[in-house]
Design a protein around this ligand. Structure first.
Ligand code: FES
Ligand SMILES: [Fe+2]
Length: 427
């Protein structure tokens, strides 16, 4: 059980907080490139870790993420004009480049160098990778590496990135992602052929509702096996990862051979502030591109991770009980709510925006939370986290696989993992 002070520590992410400082040591997904697709396209608002920001792509295709408020009179630069390599405030025309430098101050006839320097806005380094704009909001002298997720280096038709807003603290969403036991209930089907289950992966093998967990502490986070009984000779393993500080991996359908169609997904839960979170979802097809139909289903605003509106708010929300249908709950799926992401949001938001962990009875999924608390406390003492500086650690895959009962799962699953995953796990 976690104490109230730890509950406070894990939840608070604003500037100067322990957890906020830790999370700011990493590159984080900030927005989809589609939101600012073209040079000189309109700027967008962005709130991350309790900071109000504005993002834009300049005439040269460089992305700027700046403090939202103009240094002159604090007007929102969301209303700004994105023109000729800078964002110009509409109030008196001060103009800022992607580094936050004030490059024009038309309201001042002869601005001194020191006034121009003082007018510099807070700007954060950005990077474009995998259709995502990444941002680094930590100290300049602690610049990390970008996480080398497989999807982030694949061509567009091999990958999908989506986001949706969730109205609860980031940490309880992370826990939900790690807690693989819930798929046997929350996401289970009553009649797999019912229309509510259309487009979802096959019947699955989650029938054994008593998974046995084996959690390995690894450099990038945790490697987690959920073992279920399959038949007299075999177990069904669902092997997932938690990667620091807020990523999880989701395996696709059971694979029979390492070179069989490689399909898996992942999440990132990026704090908007203490009470709300961007839920990112990623899809990967490493062996072949997605078909147009698959890509539209998994990636579109109306698709699997939606439906969402133009601001990436889910149309299934607390105010409408996530469009739950009691008749569907009786005969179709376990919740009566359409779509796995909506089912997750319903349970996680219903816990309250910041769940009181001192009242919970926790299971193994708190391992990740305890690890994060430890790292935040270490950082307070000046011990820097290692993971931000090893981008390659993030090049891992999750997998569902059936293995003979007497096979060691780490050995048995090894051929299904590329890169560093198993090397790290074996240490
Ligand atoms: S408030 Fe932005 S230029 Fe004056
Ligand atoms: Fe879930």
């Amino acid at each position: 059980m976690l104490s109230n002070s730890n509950n406070e520590l894990i939840s608070r992410v604003g500037p100067g907080t322990s957890m906020g400082n830790l999370l700011r040591r990493f590159w984080v997904p900030a927005l989809l490139e589609e939101e600012i697709a073209e040079p000189d396209s309109p700027p967008v608002r962005l709130r991350l870790f309790g900071e109000d920001l504005v993002a834009f792509k300049d005439s040269d295709g460089e992305v700027g993420i700046l403090d939202e408020h103009c240094r002159h009179r604090q007007v929102s630069l969301y209303f700004g004009r994105n023109e000729e390599c800078g964002l110009r405030c509409v109030y008196h025309g001060w103009k800022f480049d992607v580094q936050g430098n004030c490059v024009d101050m038309p309201s001042e006839p002869n601005p001194s160098k020191s006034l121009m320097a003082k007018a510099k806005l807070q700007a954060y380094p950005t990077a474009l990778r995998g259709g995502v704009v990444w941002v680094y909001m930590g100290p300049a002298d602690k610049m990390p590496q970008l996480p080398a997720f497989e999807w982030s280096n694949l061509p567009p038709m091999h990958r999908i990135a989506t986001k949706r807003k969730q109205h609860n603290n980031w940490a309880q969403a992370v826990e939900g992602g790690i807690d693989s036991a819930h798929i046997s209930y929350l996401h289970s089907k009553i009649d797999p052929d019912h229309p509510v289950n259309e487009g979802l992966p096959g019947r699955g093998q989650g029938g054994d509702r008593h998974p046995v967990f084996d959690v390995r502490d690894v450099d990038y986070g945790l490697l987690i096996a959920a073992r279920r009984d399959l038949d007299a000779a075999n177990y069904y393993y669902r092997i997932t990862q938690f990667l620091l500080p807020f990523y999880t991996m989701i395996p696709g359908p059971v694979r029979k051979a390492p070179d069989e169609d490689i399909y898996y997904g992942g999440h990132a839960w990026v704090p908007i502030d203490d009470d709300s979170t961007w839920t990112w979802s990623f899809g990967v097809r490493a062996g072949r591109p997605f078909t147009e139909k698959e890509h539209a289903f998994m990636g579109g605003k109306d698709g699997y991770w939606g439906p969402v509106d133009d601001e990436y708010n889910s149309l299934h929300k607390a105010e409408n009980d996530y469009l739950m249908d009691r008749d569907v709950q009786a005969v179709g799926n376990y919740t009566g709510i359409r779509g796995i992401p909506n089912q997750d949001a319903a349970v996680q938001e219903s816990m309250g925006s910041i769940v009181d962990r001192s009242r919970e009875l926790l299971g193994h999924s708190d391992t990740a939370i305890i690890k994060l608390i430890q790292m935040a406390q270490d950082l307070e003492k000046g011990i820097e986290p290692a993971a931000p500086h090893y981008g390659e650690w993030y090049n891992v895959r999750s997998v569902s696989v059936n293995l003979e009962r007497d096979t060691d799962w780490v050995e048995g699953a090894k051929p299904y993992f590329p890169g560093t995953a198993m090397k790290v796990a074996a240490e």
